[in-house]
Design a protein around this ligand. Structure first.
Ligand SMILES: Cc1ncc(COP(=O)(O)O)c(C=O)c1O
Length: 552
């Protein structure tokens, strides 16, 4: 009897202690989350599921901010002028785009998310954006109608050295891979050179080749889990690591990513959690977050007001990453630098190494493929191993039909060999200062012209910020296209420059951006009633609630 009581008391105490520990863990975890929507991915997804569709059409399209009739008339005239210009200038490109859209899911998706959804239907109807280009030469793209645009799309980040550079690497690959052709399984000799060069660039022991950045990230996480025996992966709020479900919890992913923790970047509480928890296999770092810590990539479809901010305190970010690396090392967590985007863009190789950090794994992609699709994982030998000597059947399987494809390997080799050339070295020489000066120059032009704009940037990755509260900032992308500037589907959220852009061309680009913004200013889009960003957000929220009450 006494024994039973004792056991019950011991059980109660153990249970209470367990509950207290769990409670403390949960509290620590919630403190390590960023308070913004990027930090609360499940809640953001739940809210997204509640927002109904509604559209601003006719007069409402021009007066969503409650501007007076004369401003609305100026906006309408500007909009109609642009629409006429698009129709006249891009007939063939737009006709083929319209014809293809129905059968091409991706085109339908990007077309829907260029601007905030209440405005999208009218914009799509009158200012459709051509999806086709016929030619690239240097920093210029030519559409099917012969219009030339300066390429600010950066091909999602692939285009680092200029379009001509990749034409050359792909042409060279075509020649050198041609004797072997599409044979898979055996390697083209370029593979050997790539392995050697990537070992040197990463400072890591082994390399595996994949077909995309997403896949290489998957492999990094899978191996980290295999070797640590832990399941959780940590990503930082807002950071993109490809579209695999487990690195994309929340909006965009139809199922919950239960093993993913989204923690705050540059946070002491995050370091505390990483220092204590015993279930974390790896931490993923995307150095691009230095430009917008704890937030997702800026897209014009989110421009409901002018609250977009960006800007890097690089020394502080780097100092924190050093502490992150120490914490991971001390607690047996695999540190993965995802350099798919920023690798080679911030330094002639690894960003982590340029910042004095030695991660356990580095993921590469985009520009490394010399214009062809690639993902690469480099890592410490002990982590890259896909079997256990003492448990030979317990393997970590990873294959991929097209991994190390001869043409991709030859183009990658052409890319890596050119890194050693004096021409490429010259592009990196003084790069940070050059792009800082160019951003400062454009900001001075904005200020000098009384334009409510500013740019923030991390080297060649730029984002346009809006300094006067407005609901119509997304219109700028249409004025920019009219000035012959090609943008990606996220519009002014991300301009990606290639390093072959010289000072003279930059001046031209700056002049075009200023001309576009001046036209937009003259057309009244920034002349709405004086309001704060908070008020504009509230306006949009009210519309949403109204639509919901109407049965949306
Ligand atoms: C940092 C980062 N990781 C991974 C990926 C995914 O690469 P991919 O689109 O080649 O699958 C991207 C793509 O934008 C990226 O920027």
């Amino acid at each position: 009897m006494e024994k039973k009581t004792l056991a019950a008391v011991a059980g109660l105490v153990a249970g209470t202690l367990f509950a207290a520990t769990k409670g403390r863990e949960r509290l620590a975890l919630s403190r390590a989350k960023h308070p913004g929507p990027g930090g609360h991915v499940r809640m953001a997804k739940r809210i997204a599921g509640q927002i109904p569709y509604y559209a601003h059409v006719d007069e409402r399209f021009f007066r969503a901010d409650g501007c007076d009739a004369s401003v609305a008339a100026r906006r309408r005239a500007g909009f109609e002028r642009l629409a006429a210009l698009y129709a006249e200038r891009f007939p063939k490109t737009l006709a083929l785009t319209a014809e293809t859209r129905e059968g091409l899911s991706d085109l339908q998706f990007t077309g829907r998310y260029r601007v905030p959804f209440p405005f999208a239907a009218t914009v799509r109807q009158h200012l459709p954006v051509g999806a086709f280009m016929a030619r690239a030469d240097g920093a210029w793209l030519t559409d099917l109608d012969g219009n030339r645009f300066v390429d600010l799309t950066g091909s999602y980040g692939v285009n680092l050295f200029g379009n001509d550079f990749y034409k050359a690497t792909m042409r060279e690959a075509l020649d050198s891979a041609e004797p072997l052709g599409g044979v898979l399984g055996s390697y083209h000799p370029a593979v050997a050179d790539n392995v050697r060069r990537l070992q040197a660039l990463s400072g890591l022991d082994e390399v595996s080749f994949h077909m995309s950045g997403t896949e290489a990230v998957m492999q990094a996480v899978r191996l980290a889990r295999y070797h640590t025996g832990k399941r959780r992966l940590v990503r930082f709020a807002g950071a993109y690591h490809g579209w695999w479900g487990e690195v994309q919890p929340g909006i965009g992913n139809p199922v919950p990513a239960d093993h993913t923790l989204t923690l705050a970047d540059q946070s002491e509480q995050t370091l505390a959690v990483l220092g204590k928890r015993t279930d974390i296999a790896c931490v993923l770092v995307n150095p691009l977050q230095a430009l917008h810590p704890n937030r997702g990539a800026p897209s014009d479809s989110q421009l409901v007001d002018s609250a977009r901010t960006a800007g890097a305190d690089l020394p502080a970010y780097i100092a924190w990453l050093h502490r992150l690396a120490e914490t991971c090392r001390a607690n047996g967590i695999v540190l993965v630098f995802d350099e798919v985007f920023m690798g080679f863009r911030l330094a002639p190789g690894s960003v982590a190494r340029a910042w004095g950090i030695d991660p356990d794994m580095i993921v590469w992609g985009k520009t490394l493929g010399g214009g062809l699709p690639i993902g690469v994982l480099t890592g410490r030998a002990a982590l890259m191993k896909r079997w256990r000597d003492d448990r030979p059947v317990d393997i970590c399987f990873a294959r991929g039909t097209f991994n190390a494809h001869p043409y991709v390997m030859a183009a990658t080799d052409a890319f890596l060999r050119r890194l050693d050339s004096p021409e490429v070295a010259a592009l990196y020489d003084g790069m940070a200062e050059r792009w800082d000066a160019r951003a400062a120059r454009l900001n001075a032009l904005f200020a000098g012209n009384g334009l409510p704009l500013a740019v923030a940037h991390l080297a060649t990755v730029w984002t346009i910020l809006y300094t006067r509260p407005s609901r119509y900032n997304w219109m700028l992308q249409y004025y920019l296209r009219a000035e012959g500037l090609a943008l990606s589907w996220v519009g002014t959220g991300r301009l990606i420059f290639s390093l072959d852009i010289d000072d003279a061309l930059f001046e031209q680009i700056a002049a075009r951006i200023v001309a576009a913004a001046r036209a937009m200013l003259a057309d009244g889009w920034w002349d709405g009633p004086v309001a704060t960003n908070k008020q504009l957000k509230r306006q949009a929220l009210k519309e949403s609630i109204g639509a919901r009450l109407r049965g949306g």
